[in-house]
Design a binder for this molecule. Sequence first.
Ligand SMILES: [Zn+2]
Length: 344
Amino acid sequence: MIIDCHGHYTTAPAALQAFREAQLATLKSAGAAAAPQAPRISDDEIRDSLENAQLKLQRERGTDLTIFSPRASAMGHHLGNESISGQWSRVCNDLIHRVCELYPRNFVGVCQLPQFPGAAPAHSAAELERCVTELGFIGCNLNPDPSGGHWNSPPLTDRHWYALYEKMVLLDVPAMVHVSASCNPNFHATGAHYLNADTTAFMQFLTSDLFKDFPSLRFIIPHGGGAVPYHWGRFRGLAQDLKRPPLEELLLKNVYFDTCVYHLPGVELLCKVVPLENILFGSEMVGAVRGIDPRTGHHYDDTKRYLDALPLSEPDRQRLYCHNARRVYPRLNARLSAAGVGGP
Ligand SMILES: [Zn+2]
């Protein structure tokens, strides 16, 4: 079985975006405008939005199950207010739930959190609990910078976030560290802001004792870990200079990387530098980079091709494609085991 740990509903029906625009428009109207009704989207519209996109690509590329969440760049935690962010998150998460109900073999849900600059992460814990216990989700996307590029929240290792972490531990679900759109023109969203956040989160974890407080807390750093694997020697050296334990001891029982690096040399480096137990197959399709590489004739985000090209043993390949994801997402493992799919 091949599990893609990183997919977003980037092709959702237009009614979703229309709802979002109506929702944000209420802020501009005079007086207390009523929140718009949740968007009306039929099952057929959901099927149409997926059949020629994510489902077609799953079939063509030979992947089985995508860990699926709302469109990350549209989370827009910096927009509106906390109540608007809450409503938007519920609508997006409910739609992911419908996708997972329609295609239970192809998708399993991960939620967007109702974050807002300055809002207490305890409020996000409540939506996480709803998504896990009522909708069957297996994790969340956590935005380390709800301001959208101004970085004015405490670091992920600050006690500010602990109420959310306590809930994650209680529910036994991991978070993917995932920023949203950038409203700072210095940072292109997918080309700079995403990768900056990945690198930043890793360095925050390296300099803290967060995982002493939460030994079972787990994070996936997406996009191949930003600059981390390329600069692995720098991070090891910094840990040493700072009198921190070796990275394996300090954070590799808690931090994982996906394979959303869109060329073979990048995936080769990732798999050479980072222990294979810490790497989860991911593609982020249909997402940030949609084109075809003229040098290979294949989509940049067809990351399975890069993994297939690596000289890995069959057990190692199984770990990257399936078993690591089942370890990091125990609720997925339990579901697959209950369905008779052999586990790690
Ligand atoms: Zn993503």
